[in-house]
Design a binder for this molecule. Structure first.
Ligand code: FES
Length: 114
């Protein structure tokens, strides 16, 4: 199998519900992962590798998705966003409305103390 053109990492991290930071999986991360895999299969998008991963540290805006080598990050992704993201993964433009950046990585629950 040739090296993929793009890797898409989907956070499916799951913490104890008592943890102050939310978890992407509790917000639908696994559903997004599965929907991306299914859409990839429907499109026969062999240049894309969909990978489930752990915490990407932008937990406050999860589910978080990271696309490399594009260095594009998406937050608050739902299954409904998958076709647009797959368009990007197949060489289209990034989905601007879903993009997150450094400010989203700085977000913390107010009671965490850091
Ligand atoms: S739990 Fe998904 S980014 Fe932290």
């Amino acid at each position: 199998m040739p090296m993929p053109d793009r890797f898409v990492f989907v956070c499916i991290n799951e913490r104890d519900p008592s943890h102050p930071r939310p978890s992407c999986n509790a917000n639908g991360g696994a559903d997004v992962f599965n929907a991306l895999r299914e859409e990839q299969g429907r499109r026969l998008a062999t240049g894309v590798k969909v990978v489930a991963c752990g915490c990407l540290e932008a937990c406050m805006v999860g589910p978080v998705v990271a696309v490399y080598p594009d260095d594009v990050h998406y937050g608050g992704v739902t299954e409904a966003d998958v076709p647009a993201i797959m368009d990007h993964l197949e060489g289209g433009e990034p989905v601007d409305v879903l993009r997150i950046g450094p400010p989203e990585w700085e977000l913390r629950p107010p009671d965490m103390g850091y």
